[in-house]
Design a protein around this ligand. Sequence first.
Ligand SMILES: [Zn+2]
Length: 416
Amino acid sequence: MSLLLKNAVLNNINTDVLISEGIISQIKQNIDESADKIINADNKILIPSFKNGHTHSGMTILRGYADDMKLGPWLEEKIWPAEAKFTPKAVYWGTRLAALEMIKSGTTFCNDMYFNFEMSQKAYIDAGIKSASGPALFDFFDQKKAEEMKANCNIAIENTNISKNNSLSLAAHSIYTLSRESLEWIANLANSKNIPVHIHLAETEREVEDCITRHGIRPTELLKETGLLDTDLIAAHTIWLTDYEIDLLDEYNVTVVHNPVSNMKISTGGVFPFKKFKDRNIKMMLGTDSCASNNNLDMFEDMKIAALLHKFHNNDPEIMKAEEIFDISTGNEASVFPQLSSKIEVGTHADVLLLNPNTPELVPSHNLISNIVYSANGSCVDTVICNGEILMENRITKDEEEILENVRFLSKNLFY
Ligand SMILES: [Zn+2]
């Protein structure tokens, strides 16, 4: 399968781009028109797609269900009881809705954490986007639950078909929902099977205090002692950290994921230490977190809010520049996900977007990246290509009506 983008604008220059079997094979003017499919890009702006580093896609069905609450009661009184009613079908259609929203706002990959992940993975495959997901792991310090978790995890790993687009990551929920023994077990499994681990880390001050009370050490130190820092670790939030913990994340090459909207909405009380991560060259991604704590999956919005948060918090408009947050949001050069690429170059995966230059938010164009970060939103995305497959063209996607209908029906029947 080959796809030719005619007359797109890449780095301010009009060019054609040929994609062959999912890989960008030529970038130059006047490529011959023998491709299987041709898109007349007609001056549309070609940029890399967004990669969402931390999601719980199935929770899209809880969008707007419980807002304006503190994290503890929000989880314990609203979210966990609601999730107890979820069927596999609800997870499937919730994830299809998430994938639809991601496609419509230019995201082609997410690193997901949710139960019934087989349903999520099927949803990503049906939608055509790339993902990393895996069994949701928590034991709430209960030995019996821990044994069940291990058995289910082993079965899930055995039975999962891993493709180059949709890979496995172990969704170790957090140090406040997993015993020390289970954290060690996960670390051993991850290393023996070569599977990355995805965890929430140092999201709230309470998490740190409870960790010190229970274990006598801070969360990142616990990850070191249990072997999790030795795995390919992706840590979401990473707010309440000492300099020593940040040094550990650096030493062990951990990827950290910034979730600015979720942090501000839940009021985690601290701010992702961007400058300290940047000074150490720690790998960073941007994440939306779930639709229960965001409440949308539009990475344009998260980019802008990330930049504003750090400028305001540090009283320094130079601390996070538009180019930096754009690179973090689209890029993935150093990450643990081999199915991604961040650059539009010959030989890279064709995960790209065409933006419509005739939208008010992109006019005039003094600085394209400034417009993308501070002015644009998901509706500026015209065409989405993932691994050379067209997922949206002229804002038309597949199955949209069916997805919306199913989620409306399921949410009504689950909760009311
Ligand atoms: Zn999360």
